[in-house]
Design a protein around this ligand. Sequence first.
Ligand code: PGA
Length: 249
Amino acid sequence: MRKHIVAGNWKMNNDLPQTELLITDLLKQNQTSDAEVMIAPTFTNLWQAFESLRQEPIEVIAQNMHFAENGAYTGEVSASMLKSIGIKTVILGHSERRAYYNETDESLAKKVDAALANDMRVIFCFGEELADRKAGNEEAVVEGQIKNALFHLGADAFKSIVLAYEPVWAIGTGETASPEQAQDMHAFIRKTLADKYGNDVADSVSILYGGSVKPANAKEIFSKPDVDGGLIGGAALKAEDFYAIVNAF
Ligand code: PGA
C-alpha cells in the first residue's frame, strides 16, 4: 500500500508568533484519515515548529536546501543543518524555486543527491506551464523533468522519494486540474517510473497532486487511484481548511 500524504507548503508566510498560533490551531483539529501530515514553515521557524510538534503526528519539513554540505554560499542552508535540528524531509524543485531562483533539472539532481546522502526524504516537485499544456506538450515536459533530475538514481533511492505533480497554471491561481487531468498525469508518471524501474518501484512511490487543492475539491481529487495525496499551499494556512483536506481520504 502506498502512503497517503498531505503536506502544507507555507511558502514565505507566517512569522514566529503566527507560526505558533497556526500550530496551536492545527493541534485542535481532529484527524480521521490515515494520511501522513506534514507542514513546511520557513527556515527561521523550523526549529520552533519542530519543538512544538516533537510528540505530535505532524512532521515538520523544509521548503528547500542547498546541494553543498557547507561553504561560501551566503544565505543558503544545507541538508546536514536541517538534519541537525531534526528535519528529515525536504521539498525540492517547487515551481516557484524554478521560476524565481533559476533552479534547473541539473541543480535539482545535485540537491536530490545531497538530500539522499544525508538520509533525508525528498518531496520532488515538477509540472508543466500553461503554454506546455496548450501545445499538448505536458507529458513530454513532465517526463523530462523527472528523467533529468531523478533517473540517475538507483531503484532503492525511490524509497526516500515522494513525487509532487504541480501544474504551474494551477498553483495559487484558484484553477485546479480536473480530477481526470490529475489522474491521467499521475498514471503517466507512474508508467514513466515503471518503464525505467519496474512495477514494484512505480507502485510504491506516492505521487501527490498540488495546485489549488481546497476542502471543496480534495475528496474528488484524492479519490483517483494514482493520486496519493496533496501538496497544499494557500489552504494550508488555515487549520480547519488544512484538516478538511487531510481528512478527505
Ligand atoms: P496552492 O499552492 O495550493 O496555493 O495552489 C500549491 C503549491 O504551491 O504547492
